[in-house]
Design a protein around this ligand. Structure first.
Ligand SMILES: [Zn+2]
Length: 363
């Protein structure tokens, strides 16, 4: 069976925060509302949220997010939502705020709007939350029944954020087409347990074309705190196209290698998308993609200041102990690397990591 999932509504635009309550109303969300916000999202957008809620005559309160998406944090949002008797939740800020809000809304069985303030991953549109323990290690992936009712992207906030976040989102989005293609060829299931549709594959392909065409220009816009048509197209690619593409087409080697890289402490200072980038290059080496194509991708990554070498993540390519740890974790049973259209072993990943590094060094 083929399965395709998506949020009910995706809204993106300049000063979109001014429309929060109106857009929630448009998908049937109801007050009272509890909004969980990161400190920076609150300082940038609280005035706009207040005004929008006032125009609709909606009762709402704001809860400050304290930093990690842990079971304890999720439970405290659930308790607050129940005490206030809210009918809708909103998460505003980076990935961890959104994941916490999504998890709490699903536990309470109430509707959820997500308002990312950066475009650093493709998670906002999905039904998945990554939950961490108190030490900051990944504890579990929780997959919920419902995608968000609304994803509202205020492009003005994204233009004000550090360019590194946008570049990381480009790195995450770069993986979508290659992983989607692997799942299509192997006929392995997507994140929702079905096979990919043509629609999901087409979105993944268009995601790739968009970031290659506009990625560098979009980074220039954000470095200068400007909104441009290129930025609008790349934010859509990073958030909507990549989000729908990964969830409804599936993941493969690149994200499994990302998970392997997280085993090395030096990578903890790097963003998800920055690690996924090395995963992409390793997947291309593993699949034996032609050298000119591989090198074009490396040139593109350099144009947006993303890592291309293991040393860019603080890993020595000659440290075989570290390389083995990464490869072992990437190929553990149940990992998405087994969605590749051929069997993948740990020693193949060791060679692919080192081959990708050597090929990238030649660019
Ligand atoms: Zn990702």
């Amino acid at each position: 069976m083929q399965v395709f999932c998506s949020p009910l509504r995706y809204v993106q635009g300049i000063s979109a925060s001014n429309q929060l309550a109106q857009q929630m109303d448009a998908v049937g969300m109801k007050p009272p509302v509890l909004l969980i916000a990161s400190k920076s999202a609150r300082s940038q957008a609280e005035k706009a949220w207040q005004e929008s809620m006032k125009q609709m005559g909606w009762e709402f309160s704001i809860l400050d997010f304290t930093g990690e998406c842990t079971p304890k944090e999720i439970d405290s949002v659930v308790a607050r939502a129940k005490t206030l008797g809210v009918k809708s939740l909103v998460g505003a800020g980076g990935g961890k705020v959104l994941d916490t809000a999504r998890a709490a809304a699903n536990i309470c069985n109430i509707s959820i709007a997500l308002a990312p303030s950066i475009a650093s991953t493709d998670a906002p549109t999905s039904a998945l939350s990554v939950v961490y323990d108190e030490q900051g290690k990944v504890l579990e992936y929780r997959i919920f029944k419902r995608n968000p009712d609304l994803v509202l992207v205020d492009i003005s906030l994204i233009a004000q954020a550090p360019v590194r976040f946008l570049a990381a989102g480009i790195g995450d989005a770069l993986s979508t087409y290659f992983e989607s293609d692997a799942c299509r060829l192997s006929r392995k299931p997507n994140m929702r347990g079905g096979l990919s549709t043509q629609a999901a594959f087409a979105l993944a392909r268009f995601c790739f074309d968009s970031i290659i065409a506009d990625g560098a220009d979009a980074c220039v816009a954000v470095a200068n705190k400007l909104v441009s048509p290129a930025l609008e197209r790349v934010v859509e690619a990073n958030t909507l196209l990549s989000g729908l593409g990964f969830e409804s087409s599936g993941l493969a080697a690149a994200h499994a290698i990302h998970n392997g890289l997280t085993m090395i402490p030096s990578t903890h200072d790097f963003l998800h998308g920055e690690k996924v980038t090395i995963g992409v290059l390793t997947q291309l080496a593993l699949e034996g993609k032609p050298r000119p194509f591989f090198q074009d991708i490396v040139r593109f990554l350099k144009s947006v200041n993303l890592p291309t070498r293991l040393k860019d993540l603080g890993i020595d390519v000659n440290d075989l102990n570290a390389i083995n740890i990464i490869a072992k974790r990437a190929t553990q049973p149940g990992e998405t690397i087994h969605n590749e259209p051929f069997p993948v072993t740990s020693s193949m990943v060791v060679d692919a990591l080192r081959a990708a590094d050597a090929l990238a060094a030649q660019v």
